[in-house]
Design a protein around this ligand. Structure first.
Ligand SMILES: NC(=O)c1ccc[n+]([C@@H]2O[C@H](COP(=O)([O-])OP(=O)(O)OC[C@H]3O[C@@H](n4cnc5c(N)ncnc54)[C@H](OP(=O)(O)O)[C@@H]3O)[C@@H](O)[C@H]2O)c1
Length: 235
């Protein structure tokens, strides 16, 4: 476990911070002493999550370049830790996936982390330190029926991360991809998994706090340790 001051003086940005994993990550980073800037599109839910974590809310759509730039401007100083926990989820067989849904999955899961990295990475490189943690998914490594659009985005996230990881060697900036299995958050609410035999029940899912503990472990490693990727599953 990180001590309560291990991240004192560090600035963190968490996108998707009103949600299950991003909210839990924000609380974990703030508890470890970081100043946490929490990003999501809908103000009321974000404000509640920010109050709970003791973080600062920034209402922005990071799937839009202007939104990602607004986050950079709001923070106003180099960021030590960026956690891309932004994302959205929908299911349909490929033959029934609408172009709108496909674009929505790419925007929310792949374009959004790309734009946040693009906005915040130059200052990290200039400072010669920083850590980019991106939440991918088990669906970025494995094929599940009806996950075509989501999986295309999450496989894309894995590709983006792998290239970034190579580019960052020797810069002092590190990148880690965290790929959780099913996690009990509001992301599942529209799908009602407890009443669908094709989906895992909530009781078999990870708690978002378990993913957050993993992220905290990653960002508190000494500078000479690289953790390129971590899979998190329920035992
Ligand atoms: N839950 C799982 O089973 C699971 C498993 C593996 C991986 N993941 C991944 O983990 C990440 C977090 O998922 P979660 O389960 O915590 O989902 P969640 O509870 O639905 O939270 C998603 C968060 O992203 C925000 N968001 C969505 N689009 C955004 C945008 N364009 N700009 C800014 N914020 C945006 C949402 O707030 P607003 O709607 O207010 O913007 C919310 O705060 C996602 O990348 C997801 O794919 C989840």
């Amino acid at each position: 476990m990180a001590s309560s001051a291990e991240l004192a003086g560090r600035t963190a940005v968490v996108t998707g911070a009103s949600g299950g994993i991003g909210g839990a990550v924000s609380r974990a980073l703030a508890t470890a002493g970081a100043s946490v800037w929490m990003v999501a599109r809908h103000g009321a839910r974000l404000e509640a999550s920010a109050r709970q974590a003791g973080g600062r809310a920034v209402v922005a759509d990071v799937a839009d370049p202007a939104g990602a730039e607004a986050v950079r401007a709001a923070v106003g100083r180099p960021v030590d830790i960026l956690v891309n926990a932004v994302g959205s989820f929908d299911l349909a067989p490929v033959a029934e996936t609408s172009p709108e849904m496909f674009s929505r999955m790419l925007d929310g899961n792949l374009v959004a982390p790309f734009l946040a990295i693009r906005a915040l990475l130059p200052a990290m490189l200039e400072a010669g330190r920083g850590h980019v943690v991106t939440i991918g998914s088990v669906a970025g490594r494995r094929a599940f029926p009806a996950n075509g659009a989501y999986s295309a985005a999450k496989f894309g996230v894995r590709g983006l991360h792998a290239v970034l990881d190579e580019e960052l060697r020797g810069t002092g900036v590190r990148a880690t991809l965290v790929e959780p299995a099913a996690t009990d958050t509001a992301l599942w609410d529209p799908l009602d998994p407890d009443n669908r035999p094709d989906l895992p029940p909530r009781s078999a899912m990870l708690a978002p706090e378990r993913v957050a503990e993993t992220v905290l472990y990653i960002v508190t490693r000494p500078p000479d340790v690289r953790i390129p990727a971590v899979a998190v599953e329920r035992s």
